[in-house]
Design a binder for this molecule. Structure first.
Ligand code: DGL
Length: 270
């Protein structure tokens, strides 16, 4: 009875950690496409091809339900996958909608017409591919009116995190926040729209200032998965084991993952 969690690399571990805490009896199979990270600089067709390959591997591992714990894949590939690729006995869910529902103060699946919400000025930090897709703005427009979104593509940040170069990662966060604040001096809220970015949460908060409310996805996705599995218990697949798969070097990926999550994580070759 396993659920799959996919990311291009280590970022989805922030989501895995939260879902595993909320659902301790469910085994999770995690897939990091480390050999091809970052996805944020790739085009939509390439992201689609790589994401579908990873999801097929998770289906093979006995996961009928796969969470794309990757905004870039959710933004660039998920809709196309849902339209024509996913068989009727499988599900693939993204990480965007729970975040936007939280920002727009909605309950799960509330599809009522868009309305005014408390926040007016929102900063979005995401990968270049996510920013280019405008998926965040599209999902937001279905639910809220009058929200001004300023998006900042954070080039280089995922590479620095994947390499464990935290000095570079910190410098990049500060320079991307600076660039954003030149365009939007006083955001009320900021979205960490890439699952790698919560690993730099304190730096984002420090650079933005304590008055800016930070939204990141891990807990929101965990709550929404718990709710989903209550309503669709049969979607927990036949897999029995928790496992960590990577297309990269398992020793290096395990070392960085262990450093980030502060517990031993052992990856094996996908
Ligand atoms: N962590 C991913 C995301 O949420 C992927 C980033 C990347 O590979 O560029 O967007």
């Amino acid at each position: 009875m396993a659920v799959g969690v996919f990311d291009s690399g280590l970022g989805g571990l922030t989501v895995l950690d939260a879902v595993a805490q909320k659902l301790p009896d469910v085994p999770f199979a995690y897939y990091a496409d480390s050999a091809h990270a970052p996805y944020g600089v790739r085009d939509a067709d390439d992201i689609y091809d790589k994401t579908t390959k990873a999801v097929e591997r998770l289906w093979e591992a006995g996961c009928d339900l796969v969470i794309l714990a990757c905004n870039t894949a959710s933004a660039a590939a998920l809709r196309r996958m849902q339209e024509s690729w996913i068989p009727s006995d499988k599900r693939v869910l993204g990480v965007f909608v729970p975040l936007i529902e939280a920002l727009t103060e909605r309950q799960w699946g509330d599809n009522s017409p868009p309305r005014e919400v408390a926040v007016e000025h929102v900063a979005l930090f995401a990968t270049p591919a996510t920013v280019r897709s405008r998926a965040f703005q599209r999902e937001l427009a279905f639910r809220a009116i009058g929200v001004d979104v300023e998006a900042q593509a954070c080039g280089g940040l995922v590479d620095a995190i994947e390499e464990g170069d935290m000095i570079l990662a910190e410098a990049l966060v500060r320079s991307h926040v600076d660039a954003l604040m030149r365009k939007m001096p006083v955001p009320e809220a900021a979205i960490l729209g890439c699952t790698h970015y919560p690993l730099m949460r304190d730096t984002f908060q420090d650079a933005l200032g304590a008055g800016v409310k930070l939204y990141s996805q891990a807990d929101l996705v965990a709550a929404s998965l718990e709710d989903y599995l209550k309503r669709h218990p049969a979607m927990i697949g036949p897999g029995q084991d928790s496992l960590f798969l990577t297309t990269g070097d398992p020793a290096k990926v395990s070392r960085h993952a262990t450093q980030f999550l502060k517990r031993q994580i052992t990856f094996e070759a996908a």
